[in-house]
Design a protein around this ligand. Structure first.
Ligand code: GLN
Length: 386
């Protein structure tokens, strides 16, 4: 039987490839972004309690109302922003499903979607599966800032959506208030939808503030915000997330969502709702991960790796151009196989496979793992020479 692939250029995601290589070679896995420590026992107990109670049948299609109320309360508390729990918040199977469903609900053949590269790898295939065209704006190492004039010159009557991500995976940079105001100005009086991927909203460092799209009234009126409990509560395997948007946008989203997943794991939603009653559960994350970033960076400060400290997310990018001129994909593989330390090469996030000699390391790991990884990086810096 013959078939035409709808995604002829897509292979297996780099996260699966590098994690499998790490397992095969028993390497420390700082590649795929997930914690190697447990979620809070209290949250696990709350989910268990929900399973032992009456929360084992379908949740309502948009998600458990308790959880939507807790999320609505969080937006009020943190950003002074109202999202109606009935109509403007939907619980999803992770942020990935939210992103895919948003794109499926709005993107038609030949619609243009502006994305910034490097970008998290699920954005582009979702656009292309729906017949859309990605207009790529490059972000350059080491600052990865957005050139808003370039964005303005790429907006056309066909522009249907702009996708942003702050804090940014893979670079660990954050968008400033100035960036958000530029985006607001550029999209004002247009029909452009903004997809603001904010899965790392609570993981932000050095006193910086998360500039959520919901803080800017005109932006909010055209934005979907996507979020992930996996990132926030250290349980990426639970695959629960959500999105928020004004009612008219969310109505369209739910038309697709109801036939895509209908609803997601009910007892987990109930457990999360109860757990979130205490805002400390998410407010403490910034300090928690800043300690890990600082530990990791202090241990490799004297190596030949060059870096700017991550501003947010749990990723740190390191430039190895003073150590080797090997292509980043083969260098990442060599580090995994020969040195037992796995990372993610950044070139895979660019369509032109631009190789800036930069690797991404996930520091959502125990301090002990970070120390072992830093020891290896010190050894690499000493042993590998041109
Ligand atoms: N978001 C995670 C990362 O960037 C991986 C998610 C996945 O494996 N699909 O590493």
């Amino acid at each position: 039987m013959q078939h035409d692939s709808k995604l002829p250029h897509v292979g297996t995601t780099i996260f699966s490839v590098m994690s499998a290589l790490a397992t095969q070679h028993q390497a420390i896995n700082l590649s795929q972004g997930f914690p190697n420590f447990k979620s809070d026992q209290k949250l696990i107990d709350l989910v268990n309690q929900a399973m032992n109670s009456d929360y084992n049948q379908y949740a309502p299609m948009p998600g458990s109302l308790d959880l939507r109320l807790a999320i609505s309360h969080k937006y009020q508390l943190l950003y002074n922003s109202d999202y109606h729990p009935e109509h403007e918040i939907t619980i999803t199977a992770g942020a990935t499903q939210a992103i895919f469903t948003i794109i499926s609900a709005f993107i038609r053949a030949q619609d243009e979607v502006i994305i910034f590269k490097p970008a998290y790898d699920c954005y582009q295939p979702a656009v292309e599966l729906n017949g859309g065209i990605c207009i790529e704006i490059p972000l350059y190492t080491p600052n990865y800032t957005i050139d808003w004039e370039l964005v303005a010159s790429n907006i056309s009557p066909k522009t249907k959506m702009i996708m942003i991500n702050t804090p940014h995976n893979p670079s660990g940079t954050v968008l400033t208030k100035g960036d958000m105001l530029q985006l607001e100005k550029l999209t004002k009086n247009t029909n452009i939808i903004v997809l603001s991927d904010e899965v790392y909203e609570h993981i932000i460092f050095d006193g910086l503030e998360h500039e959520s799209a919901c803080k800017f009234p005109d932006l909010k009126s055209r934005s979907f915000i996507t979020a992930s409990f996996g990132k926030t509560f250290h349980n990426t395997g639970w695959k629960i997330g959500y999105c928020c948007a004004p009612k008219s946008l969310m109505d369209e989203f739910r038309k697709v969502h109801q036939f895509n997943v209908f609803s997601v794991h009910h007892p987990t939603q109930k457990g999360l709702a109860d757990y979130m009653q205490n805002p400390e559960t998410y407010l403490k994350l910034g300090a928690f991960f800043q300690h890990k970033r600082d530990l990791f960076l202090s241990l490799i400060a004297d190596t030949k790796f060059k870096f700017k400290p991550s501003q947010g997310s749990y990723f740190q990018v390191l430039n190895y151009s003073a150590i080797s001129d090997e292509h980043d994909e083969s260098f990442a593989k060599k580090l995994t196989i020969d040195y037992k330390l796995a990372s993610i090469p950044l070139s895979v996030f660019y369509s032109n496979k631009q190789d800036d000699k930069v690797l991404r390391f996930c520091f959502a790991k125990t301090d002990d793992t970070l120390k072992k990884a830093a020891d290896i990086l010190c050894r690499i810096s000493q042993e590998i020479n041109y």
